[in-house]
Design a protein around this ligand. Structure first.
Ligand code: NAD
Length: 498
């Protein structure tokens, strides 16, 4: 990785292109409307972004539809799509520094993670789906001798992908990898808070050989470009990642338009349960701090509720509080920084508002709790821990999406499970116990799409990611993602008797 001054110099020279990418070409939005995009790192202007609207979505969907109908992509043999997706992943890695810098400046994450986590995860995702697509087989049903029934998967057609800003490249790749590998055409709407890297990613797709029109990107606001895409009568499915509030709208849009399939990957309020039989409390505290403060707490699966057995809670909270200072926010462009800036002023105000609500409702703030580095002009908050939280308090119920942890105490296994499940969300959870039977029992009882036992860091493209309850019905990653981007077709053939 370059030294800090080199990143600053490169940041000053960076001129990201915020125009739409439709039919393989960069274009201004209809009427030439733009909005200015500033960086949460220090408030600097990054550039203008096309303010895509209904006319741009119309052009992008038409382009995607005609690419799908003439089979310029879906008609290629799977092995040919594989080669192109693998090449795309190689180009992403070759552009790693540029892509990482764009995301750090656009949404504030530390450069070391943009470079060492987001970019490699994006490349691995694209390559993995490319590699998978010529290795998955269709089915033949166990019918009588007089008939043959083929069960085949076909691409859904034109897919809309609407994604958030917290992992701009990875969230786009989780949608694009399986959708494109399966032969769909896609219109991608990145977040207005982090539009640049998705546009660059799509340019690299063209360079890798994905034909023009197959992948179109329209930046813009949710209530304009996003709504037009989700309401479009010629979009067959929407892959959405974002807040539960917007996910609800996606279902309404589908109901008001063509009943398009909607796959929602939504928010979370994940519980991290530590039992009194777990010996290495230091490791549990380190893992918890590392996970809740990673990406400034702006992760859907952040373990934001720590459920700690009463008999070890005082000791555990001490260990946790000792971890907090090393996550103090610092310059995101400095190579050693572990906590960067929140995405924008709005998010900063939201997080500070939750911290105030925690204090008002009687929780004890034992670490952080304030804005930081204000003189930089950026959006920074201290890593914050509340003790004495009740599960009914606002900070325990609502997704904060910032570096704020609530510690809730429990007295029995049953109570821990009850509190963990008393949430409208069900994305992830963790159980820390040295008793194998308890770990299995509790893991089974937790209503969450992923349960971690005695760790929280493992993650891989090979396993599905998604939630129960109001965390959504989507499943990104793994071969299961193909279920969301394909339709099952049954073809019956009569076999004449001899
Ligand atoms: P958001 O819902 O505000 O926005 C997400 C996307 O939807 C953006 O592209 C936005 O422009 C668009 N959008 C907003 N309003 C819209 C509307 N009315 N019509 C159409 N599109 C609209 O969410 P966010 O703040 O960008 O992201 C944070 C949320 O994403 C958190 O809740 C987080 O938990 C969730 N998230 C979930 C996962 C997951 O896999 N489950 C992963 C990452 C983030």
């Amino acid at each position: 990785m370059g030294a800090a001054p080199a990143w600053h110099e490169r940041a000053t020279a960076l001129r990201p292109d915020g125009r739409c990418l439709i039919e393989g070409e960069r274009r201004a939005a209809a009427g030439g409307v733009v909005f200015a995009k500033h960086s949460p790192v220090d408030g600097r202007l990054l550039g203008d972004v096309a303010r895509g609207g209904a006319a741009d979505i119309e052009a992008a969907v038409r382009s995607a539809r005609s690419a799908f109908e003439d089979r310029r992509w879906a008609g290629k043999p799977p092995a040919a799509r594989k080669r192109i997706l693998v090449r795309w992943a190689e180009l992403v890695l070759a552009a790693r520094e540029e892509l990482a810098l764009i995301d750090t400046l656009d949404m504030g994450k530390p450069i070391q993670y943009a470079l060492g986590v987001d970019v490699p995860a994006t490349a691995r995702c694209l390559a993995w789906y490319g590699e998978a697509v010529d290795k998955v087989y269709d089915e033949i049903a166990p019918t009588p001798d007089t008939a043959l029934a083929l069960i085949t998967r076909e691409p859904v057609g034109v897919m809309g992908a609407i994604v958030p800003w917290n992992y701009p490249l990875v969230m786009a790749a989780w949608k694009l990898g399986p959708a494109l590998a399966a032969g769909n055409s896609v219109v991608l709407k990145p977040s207005e808070k982090s539009p640049f890297s998705a546009l660059r990613l799509a340019e690299l797709a063209l360079e890798a050989g994905i034909p023009p029109g197959v992948l179109n990107v329209v930046p813009g606001y949710g209530h304009e470009a996003g709504e037009a895409l989700a309401l479009h009568m010629d979009v067959d499915a929407i892959g959405f990642t974002g807040s539960t509030r917007t996910g609800r709208r996606m279902l309404e849009y589908a109901g008001r338009s063509n009943l398009k399939r909607v796959h929602n990957e939504l928010g979370g309020k994940s519980a991290f349960i530590v039992f009194d039989d777990f010996a290495d409390l230091g490791r549990a505290a380190r893992t918890l701090a590392g996970s809740i403060f990673f990406n400034q707490g702006e992760s859907c699966n952040a373990p934001s509720r720590a459920l700690i057995h009463d008999s070890i809670a005082d000791r555990f909270v001490e260990l946790l509080a000792a971890e907090a200072p090393q996550y103090a926010p610092a310059d995101p462009l400095a190579p050693a920084t572990v906590m960067g800036a929140l995405v924008d002023d709005t998010q900063l105000r939201t997080v500070l508002g939750y911290i105030e609500a925690g204090r008002d409702e009687g929780a004890r703030c034992i670490a952080g709790g304030r804005r930081a580095l204000e003189s930089t002009g950026g959006c920074y908050v201290e890593p914050t821990i509340f003790d004495g939280v009740a599960n009914g308090m606002t900070i325990a119920r609502e997704e904060i999406f910032g570096p704020v942890l609530s510690v809730i105490r429990f007295r029995s296994e049953q109570e821990a499970i009850q509190i963990a499940n008393a949430s409208s969300y069900g994305l992830q959870a963790a159980v820390w116990s040295d008793r194998l039977g308890r770990a299995h029992r509790v893991a089974r009882a937790l209503r969450a799409g992923t349960v971690h036992v005695n760790q929280y860091d493992e993650d891989d493209i090979t396993v599905p990611f998604g939630g129960f309850k109001q965390s959504g019905n989507g499943r990104d990653k793994s071969l299961h993602a193909f279920d969301k981007v394909t339709e099952l077709k049954t073809t019956w053939l009569r076999i004449d008797p001899a």
